[in-house]
Design a protein around this ligand. Structure first.
Ligand code: C2E
Ligand code: MG
Ligand code: MG
Ligand code: MG
Length: 283
């Protein structure tokens, strides 16, 4: 009988889909409230120098204190925010939070070169990103060189002039650009060579396999060679063991990031991490 209604009609009576639609609608309503009520927080994960283990920078990672569901991680809401027009205000929030944090670290004399913020492809579509970055930097009076933006390879799939212009504008401003999750996407050598990026982050999946899967080692070697040929600073993410750290250091990674050093933590805990240098406030 359902068939008689046609495909579209039949779906209206599908209780599972109905529940999913309600869940989605609720999530979207909650997300809008989250911005108004200030329920987002930024946690920070250190990145360390592969040579001496000192903390060089921090990646800002968004979390959401949901009033009913507790602490939510980005996989629970970022993709939905991207699909339903909410990533722009969320992106603006985290940029502002990270710049504010950087300003505070500088006032406190925390010797940290950069804070990095993840930027989704959708944020480039609106054309507002460059202005948002400029505003955040100015509002908190932090030098552009202390901000790094992490973009993913998926952004590069449909290469276009508008995107290239924005990346160039950010670079010209003095902001550092990093290619996140490298190795999981499809960026061509050609794209890599043309792009105004400074940093490449090897995806965690390669790091996980280093100790166990014989094919991971040549893959990482190839990535290292690619980064060197492109004059990119190389960071490995998802480092969990000393063995992985040693292998990556010997392979030629410049910086390491992962649970071995710290999980992403709230700012008060970040201050207590070993490997963080405390000195005089920045001028
Ligand atoms: P990402 O940018 O690749 O961030 C690294 C993710 O790996 C983080 O997950 C981090 O907690 C996790 N991680 C770091 N070290 C280790 C490790 O040693 N082992 C394991 N198992 N995991 C590790 P998180 O915070 O859940 O973020 C997931 C993704 O969500 C991020 O991946 C990023 O793509 C996205 N994301 C996070 N914050 C933001 C944001 O503010 N804006 C946007 N657009 N995306 C964000
Ligand atoms: Mg990242
Ligand atoms: Mg990553
Ligand atoms: Mg990512």
């Amino acid at each position: 009988a359902a068939k008689a209604y046609g495909r579209g009609r039949a779906q209206l009576f599908n209780p599972t889909l109905d529940a999913e639609a309600r869940t989605l609608a609720q999530l979207l309503a909650d997300l809008r409230q989250a911005l108004v009520r200030g329920e987002f927080v930024a946690h920070y994960q250190p990145r360390v120098n592969a040579g001496d283990g000192r903390i060089t920078s921090a990646e800002a990672l968004i979390r959401w204190h949901h009033p009913q569901r507790g602490l939510l991680f980005p996989d629970a809401f970022i993709a939905v925010a991207e699909s339903y027009g909410l990533i722009a205000p969320i992106g603006r929030w985290i940029l502002d939070a990270a710049c504010q944090q950087m300003a505070q670290w500088r006032r406190e004399g925390i010797d940290i070169a950069r804070v990095s913020v993840n930027v989704s492809a959708v944020q480039f579509e609106s054309g507002e990103l460059v202005g948002q970055v400029q505003n955040a930097l100015e509002r908190h009076a932090v030098p552009p060189a202390t901000l790094e933006l992490e973009i993913t390879e998926s952004l590069l799939v449909d290469e276009n002039d508008a995107l290239f212009a924005q990346l160039t504008a950010l670079r010209d401003m003095g902001v550092t650009l990093a290619l996140d999750d490298f190795g999981t996407g499809y960026s061509s050598m050609a794209a890599l060579r043309k792009l105004p990026i400074d940093v490449m982050k090897i995806d965690r999946s390669f790091v996980i396999d280093l100790e166990t899967d014989a094919s991971a080692l040549p893959a990482v070697r190839a990535i290292v060679a690619l980064a060197q040929a492109s004059h990119l600073h190389l960071v490995a993410e998802g480092v969990e063991t000393e063995t992985q750290a040693r292998m990556l250091r010997e392979l030629g990674c410049h910086e390491l990031q992962g649970y071995l050093y710290s999980r992403p933590v709230e700012p008060s805990k970040f201050l207590q991490l070993p490997g963080l240098r405390h000195g005089a406030p920045a001028a």
